[in-house]
Design a binder for this molecule. Structure first.
Ligand code: AMP
Ligand code: TRP
Length: 351
């Protein structure tokens, strides 16, 4: 747990109220990776009583082209997933990014703070652009500066994410530090990443070296939050493994990425340590382990899928929740971004 540790940065951030911000792109259906790496932790943080702000980042989603009707659907479905997983819109602030213009306003200012060299080193950009880097959107390149704006528009101090977002959070820290230095202020906190637990990076079921992703062309590679029990069981049954039984100790998983991934998923779903799972299944074949894993996943994900279905029957209610969340988000972000305009020398004479 990251709480009582007094790192130098935690002391420097003491002037800021503890506040959590995180986001998920509505660029398709959510996966087990999103659930274990993000949603499940979001709920834990809410239940610890810290102020939590969660956002469906639709402006980030359009950095790669989205069909408008599908984007709208995925945003509502994402909101339904948050609520079904345990986010209470009365206790957390839940909204979609485009309804609070402070994000893009601060994003632009951060485009002018971040350096080309920093952005060029972002591995997610390199992965997404691939060989096609001349032909991807400018937004995809600037994406991490907008992410920094999402977080810093709230003076958020902690950001729960999966391991793949670590580099973006380091960039967020660099942007905050450079802004503070350039303008001679102590305005932005230096955020702490919260990347904890057994499954901070859930891997593809087809390739234990690739992250499980909603954008993978193979549906067999991932568990979707909307998959039914039969589909979940079939996907785990067909998941790639090696022929060896499960090892006697966690160390034995070291060079077995697929086996390690399945054990990590089990541990995270069961709220157990990897050692405990290995102790229970040492020497067992995957023929035994996979059905147990499938049953566990169905018992955890089934109720979430059912609740998502119920919520999706009433899209108007979801839109109302997002609107109310946006009002509350705006009340925090607007004064912070207005101060940024003052700090940077923008005349705001209509206020
Ligand atoms: P994205 O789907 O890229 O918008 O990611 C939303 C959140 O889910 C971020 O906090 C990611 O780190 C997390 N996430 C996405 N895929 C995975 C995965 N395979 N394992 C763990 N966390 C993930
Ligand atoms: N970049 C994140 C992802 O792809 C999504 C995201 C956007 C985010 N803004 C954020 C996560 C702010 C945490 C905080 O997973």
């Amino acid at each position: 747990m990251s709480e009582p540790v007094q790192t130098p940065q935690a002391i420097a951030n003491a002037a800021f109220k503890p506040r959590i911000f995180s986001g998920i792109q509505p660029s398709g259906g959510l996966t087990l990776g999103n659930y274990l790496g993000a949603l499940k932790r979001f709920v834990q943080k809410q239940d610890e009583g810290i102020q939590t702000i969660y956002c469906l980042v639709d402006m980030h989603a359009i950095t790669t082209w989205q069909d408008p009707a599908k984007l709208r659907h995925a945003t509502r479905e994402g909101a339904a997933a948050f609520i079904a997983a345990g986010i209470d819109p009365a206790r957390s602030i839940l909204f979609n990014q485009s309804q609070v213009s402070a994000h893009v306003e601060l994003g632009w200012i951060f485009n002018c703070v971040a350096r080309m060299g920093w952005m060029s080193r972002m591995t997610q950009f390199k992965d997404k652009a691939g060989k096609n880097s001349e032909n991807v959107s400018l937004g995809l390149y600037a994406y991490p500066a907008l992410m920094a704006a999402d977080i810093l528009a709230y003076h958020a101090t902690m950001v729960p994410v999966g391991d793949d977002q670590k580099q973006h959070l380091e960039l967020t820290r660099d942007i905050a530090i450079k802004f503070n230095n350039d303008y001679g202020v102590d305005f932005f906190p230096v955020v702490e990443p919260l990347i904890e637990g057994a499954a901070t990076r859930v891997m593809s079921l087809r390739d234990g070296t690739k992250k499980m992703s909603k954008s993978d062309p193979s549906d067999q590679s991932r568990i979707n939050l909307t998959d039914d029990a039969d589909v979940i069981a079939a996907k785990f049954r067909k998941a790639k493994t090696d022929p060896e039984p499960l090892p006697e100790t966690a160390f034995g998983l070291k060079d077995r990425p697929e086996a390690r991934n399945l054990v990590n998923i089990y541990a995270a779903l069961a709220d157990q340590s990897v050692d405990q799972v290995i102790a229970d299944y040492a020497g067992k074949q995957f023929g035994t382990f996979k059905p147990a894993l499938a049953d566990l996943a169905v018992s955890k994900l089934g109720p979430i899928a059912a609740e998502m279905n119920r919520l999706m029957q009433d899209p108007g209610e979801i839109d109302r929740i997002l609107g109310a969340g946006a009002d509350r988000a705006e009340a925090i972000a607007r004064p912070i971004v207005d101060q940024v305009y003052d700090i940077t020398g923008m005349i705001r004479s209509r206020r």
